[in-house]
Design a protein around this ligand. Structure first.
Ligand SMILES: Cc1cc2nc3c(=O)[nH]c(=O)nc-3n(C[C@H](O)[C@H](O)[C@H](O)COP(=O)(O)OP(=O)(O)OC[C@H]3O[C@@H](n4cnc5c(N)ncnc54)[C@H](O)[C@@H]3O)c2cc1C
Length: 329
């Protein structure tokens, strides 16, 4: 039973479906929860239904229930690379926090897609397995790293990935191998497809290495990040580097370092990083992206392409203020 009072009675079929979803996933779901506190850059409006999946069963169930109820749904990991719109996101937003990992003999690593990359990379180092050391400072989850083909310091997730377990659009579990992903620079065929396919887990092949040497390498990478990247709430590199050049260099050369819209500013430290000073909005972020694109194009004839996923505003059909409540409250 929904157990809603008159005041909270759903007013549309969609809202009834959202309430039914929250009931079906009681304990893991919340209606109208703000996504700003989950997004790395700290902006974004509410999810109609936010599901936090701590185990595979809940993750798969959330997708199945959303499908059955006809709700749109999407799976995210750490939201480290997503600009969540101020309007929030419609339907079910499922955050994957399935964290299990298993290091097997011979350097096979099996990890849930929700495992934190930084922790997995550190564990690999301590166990004497090389191949993921470049990822010691990479925010986000294994699933996000696979979908984005994340990489740094010459390493890339697609080079160590062997296979993955995915949930297909029809609801079947499939095991796919690395070629299936169609990897390109910071991209795979699943980027932006988190409403059709879900990565449940991934399998990697690592190689034996001396932990002390891996540790020293990791320290070097962390130091390079600390020197090269500004602290604060960001989405990492905002734009892809254009062929033969660097987005940060072009933005700097256009005299845009320090430019601010509302609470979002271009870092003085590295011009490809946009920082939220605390009160920033997705609209501020987007305005800054557009300003940079138009000025860099006007000055250098180069069209900068976002590396981040900027999700469009999705205004709700109905006023929802009276509908916001936590499940069970
Ligand atoms: C400070 C900072 C530094 C960064 N440095 C780097 C860097 O050096 N190199 C680099 O490559 N990136 C970097 N990034 C970007 C980001 O960390 C990576 O892209 C990361 O791999 C994204 O992981 P995530 O879990 O946060 O994914 P999310 O941002 O949550 O999602 C990204 C995409 O993956 C999809 N997705 C996530 N999980 C699943 C799943 N289980 N199944 C299906 N689809 C899924 C989402 O739908 C979305 O399309 C940086 C970001 C920040 C904030």
């Amino acid at each position: 039973m929904l157990g809603l009072s008159d005041e909270r009675t759903p007013v549309t079929d969609t809202q009834a479906a959202e309430a039914a979803m929250a009931d079906a996933l009681a304990g893991a779901a919340e209606l109208g929860a703000s996504l700003a506190k989950y997004s790395w850059v700290g902006v974004g409006g509410p999810a109609d239904v936010l599901v936090i999946a701590h185990d595979r069963e809940t993750l798969v169930k959330a997708v199945r229930v959303a499908r059955e109820l006809g709700l749109p749904w999407r799976v995210y990991g750490g939201l480290t690379n997503i600009l969540v719109p101020d309007s929030g996101l419609r339907g079910a937003i499922i955050l994957n926090r399935t964290r299990a990992t298993n290091f097997e003999a011979g350097g096979r690593l099996v990890a849930d897609a929700g495992a934190i990359v930084v922790k997995v990379a550190r564990e690999a180092i301590e166990k004497g397995w090389g191949g993921l050391t470049w990822a010691v400072g990479l925010p986000g989850t294994i699933g996000g790293a696979v979908v984005n083909n994340a990489g740094a310091f010459g390493g890339e997730i697609s080079r160590v990935l062997v296979a993955a377990d995915v949930l297909a659009p029809g609801g079947d579990l499939e095991r796919v191998t690395v070629d299936w992903f169609g990897f390109q620079y910071r991209c795979s065929k699943l980027k932006g497809a988190g409403e059709r396919w879900v990565v449940l887990g991934a399998e990697f092949q690592l190689h034996p290495a001396d932990p002390a040497r891996l540790r020293a390498k990791a320290d070097e990478y962390i130091e390079r990040r600390q020197k090269g990247q500004p602290p604060g709430r960001t989405l990492g590199s905002t734009f892809k580097n254009p062929p033969g050049d660097y987005a940060g260099r072009l933005i700097d050369a256009a005299g845009l370092k320090g430019t601010r819209y509302g609470g979002i500013r271009i870092s003085d430290h590295h011009a490809n990083f946009f920082i939220n000073d605390g009160e920033g909005t997705a609209a501020d972020f987007r305005a800054l992206v557009e300003r940079v694109q138009s000025e860099v194009f006007a000055r250098f004839g180069v069209r900068l392409e976002p590396e981040i996923e900027m999700l469009p505003e999705e205004p709700p059909d109905q006023p929802r203020a009276r509908y916001q409540r936590s499940v069970g409250s």
